[in-house]
Design a protein around this ligand. Structure first.
Ligand code: IPE
Ligand code: IPE
Ligand code: MG
Length: 259
């Protein structure tokens, strides 16, 4: 595989499987519609969605995928009814409480990206504890994007860069794409190889705007609470068939593969 310039070295004990994506990023969409179709409250769909998260994390760990990044709550989701926002935060905290020991036992490194302080002190404490407990684990890195927005991420990186210029430790000419990437939330991971969005919408919804530049995109109408292991295998099968060119010609990629 021809790697794009500026990729970072992955921190992982998992041996690299060249045919599978190293990093999978998912927009888990369709929980509300899943519940509404069954005449159930939307929050029931979110609860069912948490079960699918467990399943996907297990599948990724078993397959030797190194990084899984999940969009759980966008910076725009605050616009939803208060009761739904509250339930989403509570579900997140309780799932974390229930799963932390299991994550740690399975050597999973847990991370949260996004401006999660807005979720309150209780959530913040739980998140920091989970990150600290699992930070040295060498298995799957599970990153949850919570109160995350791709534009927010780029803006906070720019603010950091501006601070460094102001302090005189950085000259504007040194601001390269690699330098910007080093200040983004996923700075120590390779960019996603495969992006999956369930729920039928074909948009990015302010997820990893910078990092998805060369990611293979996979959209499925399957609603997140129905996205089982077989559906994940279909996404992986679609990924495996693609030729990633990173600007090269198909012939150049083929020649590099055979060399
Ligand atoms: C995704 O499901 C979960 C979050 C955004 C938190 P939705 O709640 O967006 O489900 P739909 O799109 O309304 O069906
Ligand atoms: C994207 O889903 C965010 C998450 C899954 C957390 P949304 O349901 O909020 O996206 P839009 O509003 O349909 O674009
Ligand atoms: Mg949605």
């Amino acid at each position: 595989m021809v790697a794009p310039t500026g990729t970072v070295r992955a921190i992982s004990d998992i041996p690299r499987n060249e045919s599978l994506p190293e990093h999978v990023a998912v927009i888990m969409d369709g929980n509300g519609r899943w519940a509404t179709r069954r005449h159930l409250p939307r929050v029931t769909g979110h609860a069912k969605g948490v079960e699918r998260v467990r399943e996907l994390v297990t599948a990724c760990a078993e397959k030797g995928i190194r990084f899984l990044t999940l969009f759980a709550f966008s910076s725009e989701n605050w616009r939803r009814p208060r009761i739904e926002v509250r339930s989403l935060i509570e579900l997140f905290i309780s799932a974390l409480d229930e799963e932390l020991d299991k994550l740690h036992k399975n050597k999973i490194r847990f991370r949260v990206i996004g401006d999660f302080e807005r979720f309150g002190r209780r959530a913040e404490r739980r998140i920091k504890r989970a990150e600290a407990t699992t930070c040295d684990n060498g298995g799957l890195t599970l990153t949850v994007a919570a109160n995350y927005g791709g534009r927010w991420d780029i803006a906070q990186a720019c603010a950091e860069l501006a601070k460094q210029v102001q302090q005189g430790v950085l000259v504007p000419e040194a601001i390269t794409p690699e330098k910007i990437a080093s200040f983004l939330s996923l700075h120590d991971m390779p960019d996603p190889d495969l992006f999956i969005r369930t729920g039928g919408e074909q948009r990015i919804s302010n997820f990893l705007l910078w990092q998805l530049a060369y990611t293979e995109l996979y959209f499925t109408p399957v609603l997140w609470p129905d996205f089982d292991r077989a559906e994940f295998d279909l996404a992986l099968a679609s990924y495996v068939k693609r030729q990633r060119r990173f600007g090269l010609t198909g012939e150049q990629v083929e020649a590099a593969r055979q060399a």
